[in-house]
Ligand binder design. Structure first.
Ligand SMILES: [Zn+2]
Length: 528
């Protein structure tokens, strides 16, 4: 073949390939994305928490769509499901109580407890009760709610928030109850071996805790049965109503409001053991075995040899269920968005007349919010050899942009949400070529990539187990917004334009990796 016709052929090939790429990109549509978001982020799916019916319904929806698109089960499999079994421990409604008696066991009085976290076993014990202010210590101000009173082996009542010792001595009126601030009080209490911790809304807060915001609570705990060492955890922390707190304090002839006022006026702790009072805590749990599913399928590569290698796309479809106040966490950005991105990319690849040389795996993970369970399990039990898995592209939160309200700190971390035309590209830079390709693909899709290297979110999503196995991985991420892990992560705040652009950038990245004869060069291998 003459040189000129070689050039001509090359030009035709490039044109043909960019034509088919364009055709493929047109498969990623707003209409589909909106339709899928309307379902996946709806209340009907109950927050898609692993171990719930809503999670199963989300799995069925994604799996049937993927099959419809043309994604195939891996060889030797009949469907796209990889099961993960759990022991589901739920607290039995109405069976979490505290019963108060005098020291002789007379005059019993029973009230409800609201567990912050479901313990793994039934709970039953009794003990003395200590009032310990806010459960707060501040060395600089020489303030210590635990000074001079032992909480060891006792049940401790603490109020939410903290006193403003430089101001009125009351909690700052602009400060709401924050889950993370309350969680920070726990290590001190646990270190001193308190038997149980009762949180009560401090009276200055206005609203009471049972109808308020202390939402560490979840209605069940999951114990993974697929791990050789199942980790169970019992935190004996509960919220109680103010009425219950007053009932406990009655034996000392004081009220909670009086105790708060007294701390405020003296700016000194007012902790004490409530005299002549015994409290008995009882909580019953029920246990079931439940199954959740990783969803994994593929499109076979077109090269007889290279089809034995693959690029794997990941996005978790599970979310966090229902919060302690009964509000559904719809997880529209986290991570209905990434799951939908993956469906669009699957459709784009499926539409190609000539598939890339390598195979493409699509993996919707479960158990991510419980601790990267699905992806970690897959990394130990892969359905396609890991040594032939050349790269991982992960999507977790790809469809939010900065809004007016995204200021300060969210409940769960620093707000670093990107603007509408920008996306974070997170990686350990295992392969410069791969990162460069991802960035170039973003630009082609109309996005500015922020190459933040590992940054502060590196270990927080499903690419991480792949990275640990030595597979170069890239994670597309909007950043943290105010509604992160809140019931307000909803459909109406989704930036669909961004969702489509990130999906297209992801498609182009994987397309080029899977179409190149060479694997991406690894210049910064993972140290094992
Ligand atoms: Zn997520």
């Amino acid at each position: 073949m003459k040189l000129r016709s070689l050039f001509l052929l090359a030009a035709i090939l490039v044109a043909a390939s960019s034509y088919s790429q364009k055709k493929a990109l047109n498969q990623i549509t707003l209409e589909e994305a909106q339709k899928q978001m309307r379902y996946l982020a709806s209340d009907a799916l109950e927050g898609r928490r692993t171990g719930s019916d809503g999670n199963i319904r989300a799995a069925e929806y994604i799996s049937s769509l993927a099959l419809e698109i043309g994604i195939k089960p891996l060889p030797g499999h009949n469907d796209l499901y990889q099961p993960l079994n759990y022991l589901k421990v739920s607290s039995v409604p109405g069976e979490s109580t505290v019963t108060l008696t005098d020291s002789a066991g007379n005059n019993p009085h029973t009230a409800a407890l609201f567990p912050l976290m479901t313990p793994s076993e039934n709970v039953s014990y009794s003990g003395e009760v200590v009032f310990a202010g806010y459960g707060f210590t501040n060395t600089e101000a020489k303030y210590n709610d635990f000074a001079g009173v032992s909480i060891t082996d006792r049940i401790v009542i603490i109020m939410t928030r903290k006193p403003d010792l430089k101001g009125s001595g009351m909690p700052d009126p602009n400060e709401d109850v924050s889950e993370s601030a309350e969680v920070r009080k726990l290590p001190m209490l646990m270190l001193q071996k308190a038997k149980a911790i009762f949180y009560v809304a401090d009276p200055a807060l206005g609203s009471d805790i049972s109808s308020s915001t202390l939402s560490m609570g979840s209605s069940y705990q999951l114990v993974p049965l697929f791990k050789s060492q199942a980790f169970t955890f019992s935190l004996n922390a509960y919220s109680i109503t103010r009425e219950t707190a007053d009932m406990l304090l009655k034996n000392a002839g004081v009220t909670l409001a009086e105790m708060q006022d007294s701390i405020a006026s003296s700016k000194k702790p007012a902790s004490f053991i409530i005299p002549g009072l015994k409290a008995e805590v009882k909580l019953n749990v029920s246990k079931d075995t439940v199954t959740s599913f990783n969803i994994v399928g593929y499109l076979e590569g077109s090269d007889p040899i290279l089809k034995n290698e693959c690029v794997i796309y990941t996005a978790h479809y599970d979310h966090s269920g229902i919060d302690g106040s009964g509000r559904i966490l719809n997880g529209a950005n986290d991570n209905a968005s990434g799951s939908i991105g993956l469906l669009g990319i699957a459709r784009a690849f499926s539409s190609l007349d000539k598939k890339p040389l390598r195979s493409i795996l699509f993996f919707w993970t479960t158990g991510e919010e419980e601790g990267l369970h699905g992806s970690t399990y897959y990394a130990e039990n892969p359905l396609f050899p890991l040594e032939n898995t050349i790269a991982n592209i992960n999507f977790d939160m790809i469809a939010r942009s900065r809004r007016e309200t995204d200021k300060g700190a969210s409940n769960n971390g620093k707000i670093d949400i990107t603007g509408p035309d920008t996306i974070r590209v997170i990686s350990a830079h295992e392969s410069k070529a791969f990162v460069a390709l991802a960035k170039e693909s973003c630009l082609k899709a109309g996005l500015h990539p922020i190459d933040e290297g590992k940054g502060s979110h590196f270990s927080g999503s499903d690419h991480y187990p792949f990275h640990r196995k030595g597979i170069p991985a890239i994670f597309f991420f909007t950043g943290i917004h105010l509604d992160y892990h809140q019931h307000t992560d909803d459909y109406e705040f989704i930036d669909f334009d961004k969702l489509l652009k990130v999906s297209k950038a992801g498609f182009l990245t994987g397309y080029h990796l899977a179409s190149s004869r060479e694997r991406p060069v690894i210049d910064n291998p993972v140290k094992k």
